[in-house]
Design a protein around this ligand. Structure first.
Ligand SMILES: [Zn+2]
Length: 338
């Protein structure tokens, strides 16, 4: 089960997997790695797989055997030589935690395996002081120590840290490739595959989770139904949708992205007269009846509004006020000037 999950989450990242497998089997392991990838790209899965292989007593072709004592304890989540450092409730990784849980802890010999592994999640949250505290350990670690720093972007690290780490990048896969993997390998139905591939940020693992989620499929149906009626609604009717936005707060990023895809599809349909480039072409009747209700510049404006909405959301706005603002902007007609 574990192996299947790992495989699914890391599909398409063959080069990175090959790199860690050959490092394990040749015993040429660096002391510090930076694992870079977007949210949901599979950083934790990759780091976990690497760590398990490094701790395994009998790795096979650079992969953990899954059967030895070390692998079994690893899978139970209680491996004494596997250390996770995660940001606290405040979303920070203060310097004293790095010192205590990593720098000082690493001086204690491993209990079980010949290695001690430290995975620092959201490592970009370490400030310069915390990174500097780590620097000496990265430069002169004990032979058994391996540090894996996980981050969305390596840009947040000091050049001194960056230059001493091996970079493992989980780059997003093209939408079309994700779609093909979903339909070809996992038998996902074509229209769902297209929508999930467009929403997954280039991660097959994320796309599969969406495709298998009843909630996601219903979420899509609800919002597509609403969007297809939007152009015929008055502002007061549109504002009534605030309740639904509140209910879908946990998945609001998916909702915003779905909306953008919808308006992008309408532009494609208006400009090419064909549904073939549209993500939502399973909703052909809805798209066709909506497309002519808008002027093309209005559609571009909607996409800008949604882009703006994402930015505002990332700046901790009041969600209720933000929803009302978004709905008013989405219902606004022909306010552009050409
Ligand atoms: Zn093993």
């Amino acid at each position: 089960m574990y192996e299947k999950e790992v495989e699914e989450r890391l599909i398409g990242h063959d080069a990175v997997l090959k790199h860690i497998r050959s490092a394990v089997s040749a015993g040429r392991v660096s002391h510090a790695y930076l694992v870079e990838g977007a949210e949901g790209a599979g950083k934790k899965t990759l780091a976990g797989q690497f760590a398990m292989a490094l701790l395994c007593k009998a790795p096979e072709n650079g992969e953990p055997c899954g059967r030895c004592d070390s692998c079994r304890v690893f899978l139970s989540g209680n491996h004494p030589d596997m250390h996770y450092i995660r940001p606290g409730e405040k979303g920070t990784l203060p310097v004293q935690r790095i010192r205590e849980e990593l720098v000082q802890d690493m001086e204690i010999l491993p209990y079980y395996a010949g290695r001690k592994i430290y995975i620092v999640e959201r490592a970009h949250l370490m400030n310069a002081q915390a990174q500097n505290a780590l620097l000496k350990t990265i430069e002169e670690p004990p032979a058994y120590g391996v540090i894996l720093l996980l981050a969305e972007s390596v840009q947040s690290f000091l050049p001194t840290v960056r230059s001493r780490c091996v970079l493992l990048r989980l780059l997003p896969l093209p939408e079309e490739k994700v779609r093909k993997i979903l339909t070809g390998r996992y038998g996902v139905e074509e229209s769902t595959a297209r929508a999930c591939a467009a929403l997954c940020g280039g991660s097959v693992g994320q796309a599969l989770r969406l495709a298998r989620s009843e909630d996601f499929i219903r979420l899509r149906e609800r919002w597509m139904e609403w969007l297809s009626g939007l152009a015929r609604q008055e502002t007061w009717e549109v504002l009534a949708r605030a309740k639904a936005l509140e209910e879908d707060k946990a998945v609001i990023e998916d909702v915003l992205r779905m909306m953008q895809i919808w308006f992008r599809d309408l532009i494609i349909l208006r400009e090419t007269g064909s549904l073939s480039g549209c993500v939502c072409r399973d909703l052909d009747a809805k798209l066709e009846s909506s497309a002519n209700l808008y002027e093309i510049p209005e559609l571009y404006r909607k996409i800008e509004v949604l882009e703006d909405a994402k930015k505002k959301l990332s700046h901790n706005v009041n969600y209720g006020l933000w929803s009302d603002w978004l709905l008013v902007e989405l219902s606004r007609r022909k306010t552009f000037h050409q």
